[in-house]
Design a protein around this ligand. Structure first.
Ligand SMILES: Nc1ncnc2c1ncn2[C@@H]1O[C@H](COP(=O)(O)OP(=O)(O)OP(=O)(O)O)[C@@H](O)[C@H]1O
Length: 512
């Protein structure tokens, strides 16, 4: 059980099976000390399962993971064993205790020394303040963890792994997916600086963004159907070659822009003088059926407050909101639903996925009223048909309709949630990052679904961190800056491009 001393760990012939699924199939992979190793591949390719095996959360069915100080095998695995081997996994949903403070959470289960090996609160506070400062966060060590945004909690989980547990191998499972572009860049830049300080460190970075992998990794491994199909030197490859490795030979979907909004039609949504949350100082807009309107802006620019207010999540908002010309009082999500508004939240795991229920149930729940007969019985065969059409159309990777949704990969869950929105035939659809966690081959299918299905009957408002995506799909884009819309860009007009959006959201004036 020897390990090349230049390696941080080696995966040797590892296989992991679930009932009906070969999630990881005879994978060999060596990650070097001092490297940032990208891990990329389509939804359901096996990336998360692979890092869960390395972190001891799952045991391999066959094979082993070898480090300089021991191995994880089918019979000897487990998170505490992996932790002893210097391995830490940071995921999108950090397992913190919401009611405890930041400091208590960061030091939970750890004893930072002292004569009686007991945790001194002042040491924990001081060390926590250090972690917070290193990450450039605005939070106090005494703050209640549950009061902090999920993005901040995620970064704190990263900080705990690096600065408190002092792990040597840090596995990052799509943690950049829900960060704003600024936070993403600063976090990825920090990885390199950390390696400069501690050359024995290594990072494995799972991401769907080819540009992130190209810009911040030393090597990248590509997974497809549970197998590692390639490991490339990042400097020797390019985005195109990488995309080819990921996708194989699947043809991309084409978006049909023929369904343009009818501009003479009356607006489905009218907003005037909307103020909400901490950031939104004023919003006025009109939206028509058939129209896809993008909201672009930095963190705190007001775009998130705006979309949340439209879903009844800011009951104390100011200003007026009308649907089809009638003023509505959006004091709760229930009131918003009654007004014909549906919402895809950013944090799908906690806000939208119904755990322990099947793919079928998760897919059709929003459409149940339409799938029920006059006696109140659910039309089962039709439900299956509808769910199957979502699975087929969006290429959801699942062993069947009746398996619990919990077993699906993150991106495949997202596809089910989006598919189910198309069943509700609402008047207004609000989407916060609809392609988060979705792989590059499925992304065009999702955008097509938004454009051609959701925007057929409804007006759509969409937030995305990707300027490219906004340009690809929107009719108009509103630029939010410091709580107000400072600019409106229209498809076909000058300035409807990635560069203008990018500069405008930073407050840079771009002449048209
Ligand atoms: N607990 C589980 N039970 C059953 N099947 C599972 C379980 N966990 C993962 N799988 C299956 O294993 C396969 C690989 O999943 P994994 O989560 O590793 O994909 P991924 O590459 O991380 O995808 P994504 O990019 O969507 O996150 C998928 O088919 C998934 O449905």
């Amino acid at each position: 059980m020897t390990l090349d001393p230049s390696l941080s760990f080696a995966v040797q012939g590892v296989t992991r099976r679930f009932p009906g699924v070969l999630a990881v199939d005879a994978v060999d992979l060596g990650v070097r000390k001092g490297e940032i190793h990208g891990l990329i591949g389509k939804n359901g390719a096996g990336k998360s399962v692979l890092v869960s095996l390395v972190a001891g959360l799952l045991a391999p069915s066959q094979g082993r993971i070898v480090t300089g100080s021991g191995a994880l095998t089918p019979t000897q695995s487990g998170p505490s064993r992996a932790k002893k081997l210097g391995i830490a996994l940071v995921t999108q949903e950090p397992a913190f205790a919401a009611d405890l403070s930041v400091a208590d959470n960061l030091f939970m289960g750890r004893h930072p020394g002292g004569r009686f090996n007991f945790l001194s609160p002042s040491v924990a506070r001081r060390e926590s303040a250090f972690v917070i400062a290193q990450l450039g966060l605005r939070a106090r060590p005494e703050a209640r963890m549950g009061d902090l945004p999920l993005e901040t909690q995620q970064l704190l989980a990263f900080g705990r792994a690096v600065f408190i547990e002092k792990a040597c191998t840090i596995l990052l499972d799509e943690i950049t997916a829900s960060l704003t572009n600024e936070r993403k860049e600063s976090l990825l830049g920090l990885l390199r600086r950390l390696i400069d300080d501690r050359p024995e460190l290594s990072f494995v970075l799972i991401s769907h963004h080819v540009s992130e992998v190209m810009g911040f990794t030393d090597r990248v491994s590509v997974m497809r159907d549970g197998k590692r199909v390639a490991t490339l030197d990042t400097a020797q490859t390019n985005a195109r070659e990488l995309a080819d490795w990921i996708v194989g030979d699947v043809a991309p979907a084409e978006i049909n822009y023929a369904a343009q909004p009818e501009l003479a039609a009356p607006p489905v949504l009218t907003v005037s003088g909307l103020t909400a949350g901490r950031s939104l100082r004023r919003l006025d807009l009109e939206l028509r059926r058939g129209e896809v309107l993008g909201f672009a802006g930095l963190e705190g620019s007001g775009k998130d407050d705006a979309i949340e207010a439209l879903y009844g999540l800011a009951p104390n908002h100011g200003g007026r909101i009308s649907m089809d010309g009638t003023e509505v009082d959006l004091k709760s999500p229930k009131a918003a639903q009654a007004a014909g508004i549906s919402f895809l939240p950013k944090h799908r795991e906690e806000q939208a996925v119904i755990q322990n229920r099947s793919v079928l149930e998760n897919a059709i729940i929003a459409g149940l009223p339409a799938l029920t007969n006059r006696l109140g019985f659910v039309r089962r065969a039709e439900c299956r048909q509808v769910a199957q059409s979502i699975v087929t159309r969006l290429e959801v990777k699942t062993p069947g309709l009746d398996v619990p949704i919990d077993g699906l990969s993150g991106g495949n869950k997202q596809k089910v949630l989006l598919g189910r929105l198309s069943l509700t035939a609402p008047s207004l659809v609000l989407l916060n990052e609809p392609t988060r966690g979705v792989d590059i081959s499925a992304k065009p299918h999702i955008l097509k679904l938004v454009r051609e299905d959701l925007a057929r009957e409804a007006g759509v408002i969409m937030i995305s961190e990707s300027e490219e995506e906004l340009v690809e799909i929107c009719d108009r884009i509103l630029i939010f800056y410091q709580g107000e819309v400072v600019r409106e860009l229209k498809r076909g007009m000058p300035g409807f491009d990635v560069e203008t959006i990018y500069k405008s959201i930073q407050g840079v004036e771009v002449p048209v």
